[in-house]
Write a protein that binds this ligand. Sequence first.
Ligand SMILES: *Cc1c(COP(=O)(O)O)cnc(C)c1O
Length: 747
Amino acid sequence: MDRNEFTNKLKGLVTDGKTTVELYNEISAYAMSYGLAKATKPAERNAYYLSMEFLIGRSFYNNLMELGLLEETREVLAQKGIDINIFEEIEDAALGNGGLGRLAACFLDSAAGLGLPLQGYGVRYKYGLFKQAIRNGFQVELPDDWQRFGDPWSIRKDNEKRIIKFADMLVTAVPYDVPVFGKRVNNLRLWQAEGSAAAEKISEYLYPADDTEEGKLLRLRQEYFFSAAAVGELIEKHVKKYGKRFDNFADFNVIQLNDTHPVLAIAELIRILTADYKIPFPDALEVAKKTFAYTNHTVLPEALECWGADLVKKILPDIYALLIKIHLRQKEVFERIKCTKEEALDMSIYSNEKFSMANLALAVGKSVNGVAKLHSEILKNSLFKTAYKYYPDKFQNKTNGITQRRWLMLCNRELSSLIDGAIGDGWRNDMSLLNDLNGRVEDIADDFIRVKAEKKRQLFEHLRINEGVDIPEDFIVFSQVKRLHEYKRQLMTAFAILEIYKGLKDGKIKDFQPSVFVFGAKSAPSYNRAKAIIKFINEIAAKVNADKDTNGLLRVVFVQNYNVSYAEKIVAGTDVSLQVSTAGLEASGTGNMKFMMNGAVTCGTMDGANIEIVELAGRENNYIFGAEVDEIERLKKDGYDPCKLLKSNALHNYAVSSLIDGTFSDGGKGCFKELYDALTVGASWHKPDNYFVLHDLESLVNALLKINSDYKDGKAFAVKQLKNTANSAHFSSDRTIKEYAEDIWEI
Ligand SMILES: *Cc1c(COP(=O)(O)O)cnc(C)c1O
């Protein structure tokens, strides 16, 4: 279909009597055939991005924009009396949890936009991450049946099915191709498991609970399932093209492993080469060494996957045998490089009857990268210290990024036009030009204030409809939206709000600008403390919002079902981005970048990419507080006593005691007491307050009050916000992808 045909189809579209879902499917189908007609010739050498998650969000508006069809579609529909926003009723494809999955989606977008051949491989979950409702303040998990709207953006390829073998069953992997439009059309291939009821379970849910043996088994099956399908296909294609030789395999294929989830792909490649093509083990290992690269996303030990040897042996005996073989090989290497016993244990892919996926990726992969400067340093100096000592050349940094197409051009057309007016529209294709905005911030500050007010109005409207809360127009918007985790410290923000609330009530805080705190977060279904924090924030919201003494000044909203589409609205309508993780624990963050690009100042710790954000936008244009990494290290070493802080600080005591003194109710569950104990006495697996919430609380409150006071000078504050936008080019995933393409993929 060419452009004219698309226009004619659209103009001829009969809309009367059709549902939104029908119209959505019809228009999407036109756009798909238009987009696919422009499909590019496959490249010789490709990079492949293997990821358990692709958090794509809504495809409709984004794809129309990428294809240059969005404005025309908007106009033609308007002529038919239809507002294009009605398609917001179509819910997101939430095939991901959070940052890691969204990063994968941003990377595909950027590679296509830059014309680089990067193809994705993942899982087509029947249900994405659960849909979250908040009932009585608690998180409730509902199935996310995203396919009920149809799936016009993918194509099932029945003739490219593969069989994946487990010891106890055969599973058919059926590919669904999701084209990624840009300067070239790349492909995201999502595998769906079929063949039997047991097989279908493999691609039923994203991250089935793995706190049970059965959950672990299913998770292992999922990871092997999609990795094996991808690798098997790549080898088969290679053989078709070049015959049964593999010395040149890595000339045409490079595979990026997004965290440890797809790391079994390494073993699978070696298995296929040795078993099916009779390549000697050392040669097969060499091929793997040139093909794979690994990205680490977290330093939290519980997230570095290890698989029990019996589990692997039970369902993947050939993979088990191979892993042992790689392990024995590794032992020979350890002898050769003369490392100590401890060092060997530290790097071993097999110890305590477990296989370490990170160590496998480190041992075989040609590179390992962290996702922000600080994180990459931490990998070298602590988490992977030993591997760094012996293989320093493997270590790299690739600071994350976000696609400005979705996260600025699509979600903030108003700010985008303002930028066009100030510096021309060249930045849309070359983000480095955005730096020119630095020279214009003073001139356009007043216009920016108007744009921000409009985006806030839109956000508040959305909050009114979806959450049933009314926020008055002039409120400053503080947002903390991200997965719920103790290290991200939503609990610390909650305490800070309570302290401010008390200060307002007592009349100790004066001259306060009205402020609203917006939270959005899903908790893993089995993570009880995180769920308790959600309930706690909702309890605070109920109390604060109902208090007539203060609710003209302070409000709290916890949005339901935070996802990509919600994020698009929140990042555009926010003044202050809360990025308050314990220093050293947030590998990068990408939410922080979305806010920065949309002109929010960061109130954050020196952690992850926050450090690079303030380096570029200026510390004076952001609000940095709290302990830095070396102080946290020192506290861990010298001892840290949160109870002492509680005793000496009445406000802290007020906030923290509210968990147990009857101020708030957890419905008799005892989960607030559990939070209180975690802060004050600890648990068998951690010391009291091991994320240093109480340590950083006072400086957070001070930072929030300073922001509140600075906001009074509206123009000066707008200049700070604009400085953030003007210096955000570095956080475009176009920059990140260029770095991967040059330094790792050589595409
Ligand atoms: C960007 C994004 C994230 C990541 O947020 P962080 O603050 O970096 O943890 C999580 N979820 C959604 C829906 C996102 O769009």
